[in-house]
Design a protein around this ligand. Structure first.
Ligand SMILES: [Zn+2]
Ligand SMILES: [Zn+2]
Length: 217
């Protein structure tokens, strides 16, 4: 099964150009089973998105790419109705009390407290929590952040996100993120670039657990 889990519509300024209904049409044309809409800090196009997908039988996933207090991005996907409710509350909270209403921020503690029903991906290649830490503080610090995320969200709810944006440094970054995921024993998912017409796929890789019980035959 292929599903795109990181996709911006025109509601994400500078990161998306297509309307939600156009994204749905393209994903359907390409034969994808599901598509997540993850606009920045809001669910602006989610209703249109769901309505456009329904007659086509395309599964939609409601999500958002949130900006944390320090500016790092995380991708959130609602897996259940509780997750959707939590996502709505978190987005409201991110906008509340901000002096600059165009710059919502979410405290990671709030996300930790309302994580039920949400899947968390480590964010885009540019400002994602792990790429950003890697860039600013190096591999050891990024590995620690990944470990902390695993503790907070759990290894079944937090995934290391890999993106290919066809820019310089892509391959090295992908390798570093795969190394971190392997070291911390987290799964990785491939998501799209920030090109609205480029719809790529979910490709989960699960690392074999050394402590997995051997099947007795
Ligand atoms: Zn993004
Ligand atoms: Zn981002």
């Amino acid at each position: 099964m292929y599903a795109e889990l990181h996709c911006h519509s025109a509601f994400s300024f500078l990161d998306g150009a297509s309307l939600p209904e156009d994204l749905v049409a393209t994903a359907h044309e390409l034969g994808y089973a599901a598509l997540a809409l993850t606009d920045h800090n809001g669910l602006y196009g989610s209703m249109t998105f769901a309505q456009a997908a329904k007659p086509l039988g395309l599964q939609t996933i409601t999500g958002a790419e949130v900006t944390l207090s320090d500016g790092a991005h995380l991708t959130l996907l609602a897996e259940t109705s509780q997750g959707y409710a939590n996502l709505c509350r978190l987005l409201t909270e991110a906008h509340l009390g901000r002096a600059d209403r165009r710059d919502p921020r979410l405290a990671v503690e709030s996300l930790a407290a309302r994580q039920e029903g949400l899947i968390v991906l480590s964010g885009c290649r540019r400002e994602g929590l792990l790429p950003r830490t890697l860039d600013a503080e190096g591999l050891t610090a990024a590995r620690k952040v990944a470990e902390r995320c695993k503790e907070v969200f759990g290894k079944d709810r937090f995934f290391v996100e890999l993106q290919r944006n066809r820019v310089r440094g892509d391959i090295a970054l992908t390798r570093a993120l795969i190394d971190i995921a392997a070291a911390v024993r987290l799964s990785v998912v491939a998501t799209s670039s920030h090109c609205s017409k480029t719809v790529l796929m979910l490709s989960p890789i699960r690392w074999p657990s050394p402590s997995a019980p051997q099947r007795s035959t």
